[in-house]
Ligand binder design. Structure first.
Ligand code: MF3
Ligand code: CO
Length: 249
């Protein structure tokens, strides 16, 4: 496996796909509320991405049936949108979006609070977001993936939360999933070396309880084994000479 160092023109394409991805999530943030079905959230994402003359990266990816992933409470990731599943007051809802334009993908996720959410769930969502920002601290050309992994894990575990092991961040570009993989746990200085011009998706998935996961019978939805809530926060970032640039904010 080799590092995909993007050229300046490839990076411009990445910027465009990533902006659409981030803006699709802003549309969801404006509209999501209790009473909506997860299919309605999927429709918001699809309509926005199509209005930008882009495609939904996840649709048909390895047979995935949705445009977005919508995962509620103990669902960690890859919740399949359904017109039978309603979002309720007090839920935390992770929405994961990918947009594909001019041959490049953007990938990002947010976890939204629906109405009055319990303090412990709010904390989980905030810490998961902060894990991302802790993870990118000090990261630049010449850093290692493990430097991100280590910072994410240390931050999450300092609150007594656990880090999902079986799912990881990844390089992103012409393909949704590229080299390198970006685990949310590990040692500083380990893993792939990062170079300016690489674009990677960093995506902490943090459980309030134990780290173990279970796949549901739909073969997509991944839930916590202990039924505890889980949150997800993801951005596609560009590694630069002296830092990182977040492309999907
Ligand atoms: N952000 C998720 C990931 O990187 C999205 C993939 S969902 C899939 O794995 F349906 F496309 F697989
Ligand atoms: Co991803």
């Amino acid at each position: 496996m080799e590092a995909h160092i993007k050229t300046p023109s490839e990076i411009e394409h990445m910027r465009e796909a990533c902006k659409i991805t981030g803006d699709a999530l802003k549309k969801v943030e404006e509209k999501i509320r209790a009473g909506m079905t997860t299919m309605m959230v999927d429709n918001i994402v699809r309509d926005y991405i199509h209005s930008c003359n882009a495609k939904c990266s996840f649709k048909n990816y390895q047979g995935y049936p949705g445009n977005a992933c919508v995962s509620i409470n103990d669902e960690i990731v890859h919740g399949i949108p359904s017109s039978h599943r309603r979002i309720e007051e007090g839920d935390i809802v992770s929405v994961d979006v990918g947009a594909y334009k001019n041959g490049f993908h953007g990938d990002a996720a947010r976890t939204f609070l629906i109405g009055d959410v319990s303090e412990d769930k709010k904390k989980l969502v905030q810490v998961t977001k902060d894990c991302f920002f802790e993870g990118i601290k000090g990261i630049k050309d010449g850093s290692f993936v493990g430097d991100i992994s280590c910072q994410v894990q240390a931050y999450a575990e300092s609150f007594g939360f656990s880090v999902v092991r079986m799912l990881e961040g990844h390089g992103v570009g012409r393909n949704l999933h590229e080299y390198p993989s970006v685990p949310n746990y590990g040692r500083a200085g380990s893993g792939a070396k990062l170079f300016a011009g690489m674009t990677i998706a960093i995506e902490p998935m943090i459980n309030m309880g134990k780290k173990e996961i279970v796949m549901l019978d739909d073969d997509w939805t991944i839930v916590t084994k202990d039924g505890s809530p889980s949150a997800h926060y993801e951005n596609t970032v560009l590694i630069t000479k002296d830092g990182v640039e977040i492309l999907t904010l």
